[in-house]
Design a protein around this ligand. Sequence first.
Ligand SMILES: O=C(O)c1cc(=O)[nH]c(=O)n1[C@@H]1O[C@H](COP(=O)(O)O)[C@@H](O)[C@H]1O
Length: 220
Amino acid sequence: MESYQTEFLNVALESNALKFGSFTLKSGRQSPYFFNLGFFSTGKLLSTLASSYAKAIIKSGIKFDILFGPAYKGIPLVAITAAKLAELDPENFGDIGYAFNRKEKKDHGEGGSIVGAELKGKKILIIDDVITAGTAINEAFQIIKGESGIVAGCIIALDRQETTADSNLSATQGVSQKYDVPVIAIVTLTDIIDILKDRIAPEDLKSMEAYRVNYSPKDL
Ligand SMILES: O=C(O)c1cc(=O)[nH]c(=O)n1[C@@H]1O[C@H](COP(=O)(O)O)[C@@H](O)[C@H]1O
């Protein structure tokens, strides 16, 4: 376990970004936990978040030219993480570009739907918040393909490690296999259970474990 993972989860709990109870997901599943990155809503919390993403990226060894954050949630993520990478390792990351998309195409000024570095022919690392079924991240791949960029990998904060209806792989494993790129996370559902097991109420922990057995691939 890396210290940035423990710190990230401590802060997620303290800020209420990570909650236990009963939540309906985008996929329609009923989940005993929910992670809302929007709760990292102060400068101090964002600084911890940026460090966690940056350290996970550095540890992964993925080589890329541009960090890309899909709108809307990816926009602050890409900005804070690009800056933190340059701060932690200026030699290797000081010249990494950053970009994000607009949801609505602009037809005046410089036009287009991408803000920041040009993606064409460049190796791109996608940064996003959570993968459950993989819908949001698949959209990001399509945007980059449309700009003729080459996806080198993805970094997310939380990998919920859930299988989709049509596969025995987790959505993250599915995305990684489909596009032949690494998909890395600051933490996974397994990490949440391992790191926080003494701090989660016993009934919540039981629901978390049952959920994992129900929806995680058998080999995790
Ligand atoms: O609805 C979710 O699955 C979800 C679970 C969670 O714990 N946190 C969370 O933010 N989500 C949302 O679901 C998205 C990922 O779900 P997929 O698009 O199904 O991979 C995230 O970008 C969030 O908008």
